[in-house]
Write a protein that binds this ligand. Structure first.
Ligand code: NAD
Ligand code: MG
Length: 392
């Protein structure tokens, strides 16, 4: 029986993780859960999964939640505040930690899980984008086990030789390139001249995946693929030149690995995050995830395209930032979080997201960030700078 902590339990990845856990009560038990503000959902999860601890970061509804837990006879200990996230991430009874908080808020708790040498199931790509070098060094230093949840990175991991999954260098095992696939999002064929009128509701309506709001907007701008490019560079210890982005609108191939002998290995499946989650939880075994088997006769076609720079400027900003280093990727991530939030609130146009991110990158172009304090300071400065550019 393995104990699991789910950081970001009330989100989309949290839902999928708990669905997989519920299918295997003989293998996994929930040690702790966290939520930002959704006290009602956290209550329901506490009553269903009976964790030892639960964190509600925003304490305004903590008294209500405490009262409801008591009424229901629950023994779950309720904690509040963001520091408690780091405590549950290092809980001694947990073997695995699902890092599924969205954005920079996930960095410190995810690092806490790494420092506690857990098996870290990494969905929170922003943590790695901000701190790749430092994060991967911490994984090594503390002997943590890092398994990718992002479907593309999980697909790449599955398509690599076993020796490389265990850390061997790719060159020695014939790997020549990583092919990072992406659907192109909801605006792949939309007339470019109409992009300024894109609404938040249109942007979050992804054709193939059901996800949280921020990652859905990132998928529409393809900043998501840019963040994933940086994520792949760190997870797989390769250079940006070794990664090629390939548009695959059907989202059935989740990414591929190219080999020296001409082989290309792909991982396929229906677009359902329970597959990579179940893979990472059970690795190197396999368990059922509740995902419909892929029906090849129902698939109409497989197609592939290049990602156009005029349509997806965010992707290219991210690839450039990856080449520039950790300072630039920290600025990129911070600026994108603020810009996406402003877009969702109606304070910025869809095209404005890339423009604001570019302006912020230019402003902090010469900054480097080699330790955690410098990363957090640069993240904060970038956010403040971008906010001054936005209409109030
Ligand atoms: P979501 O918005 O549905 O859920 C986010 C979770 O984080 C919630 O539980 C929320 O309570 C918590 N949270 C938000 N802000 C917080 C804060 N300031 N402090 C503490 N907790 C906070 O998001 P999601 O779609 O589940 O995505 C989670 C992460 O997984 C993101 O980093 C995303 O990029 C990554 N990811 C998601 C998918 C997907 O299919 N949804 C796929 C790949 C990667
Ligand atoms: Mg992905």
């Amino acid at each position: 029986m393995q104990g699991i902590v789910v950081l970001g339990a009330t989100g989309s990845i949290g839902d999928s993780t708990l669905d997989v856990v519920a299918r295997h009560p003989d293998k996994y038990r929930i040690v702790a859960l966290s939520a930002h503000t959704n006290a009602k959902k956290l209550l329901a999860l506490c009553l269903k999964f009976k964790p030892l601890q639960a964190v509600l970061v925003d304490d305004s509804q903590a008294a209500w939640l405490q009262g409801e837990l008591k009424k229901a006879g629950s023994t779950t200990e309720l904690l509040t505040g963001s520091a408690a996230l780091c405590d549950i991430a290092a809980h001694p009874e947990a073997r695995q930690v699902m890092a599924a908080i969205v954005g920079a808020a996930g960095l410190l708790p995810t690092l806490a899980a790494v420092k506690a040498a857990k098996r870290v199931l990494l969905a929170n790509k922003e943590a790695l984008v901000m701190s790749g070098q430092l994060f991967m060094a911490a994984v090594k230093e503390h002997g943590a086990e890092l398994l990718p949840i992002d479907s593309e990175h999980n697909a790449i991991f599955q398509s690599l030789p076993y020796a490389c999954q265990q850390g061997a260098a790719y060159g020695q095992h014939g790997v020549t390139q990583i092919l990072l696939t992406g659907s192109g999002g909801p605006f792949r064929t939309r007339d470019l001249t109409t992009f300024d009128s894109i609404t938040p509701a249109q942007a979050v309506a992804h054709p193939n995946w059901s996800m949280g709001q921020k990652i859905s907007v990132d998928s529409a701008t393809m900043m998501n693929k840019g963040l994933e490019f940086i994520e792949a560079r760190w997870l797989f210890d390769c250079r940006g030149d070794d990664i090629q982005v390939v548009l695959h609108p059907q989202s059935i191939i989740h990414s591929m690995v190219r080999y020296a002998d001409g082989s290309v290995l792909a991982q396929m499946g229906n677009p359902d995050m329970r597959t990579p989650i179940a893979h990472a939880m059970a690795y190197p075994e396999r368990i059922a995830a509740g995902v419909e088997p892929l029906d090849f006769f129902a698939l109409s076609q497989f197609s592939f395209e290049k990602a156009d720079a005029a349509r997806y400027p965010c992707l290219y900003l991210a690839m450039d930032a990856c080449r520039a280093g950790q300072g630039a990727t920290t600025v990129l991530n911070a600026a994108n979080e603020v810009a996406v939030d402003a877009f969702l609130k109606g304070a910025l146009s869809f095209n404005g997201i890339a423009k604001m991110v570019e302006k912020t990158l230019n402003r902090f172009a010469s900054e480097t960030a080699s330790d955690l304090a410098a990363i957090l300071a640069l993240d904060n400065e970038s956010r403040q700078y971008l906010r001054t550019l936005l209409p109030c």
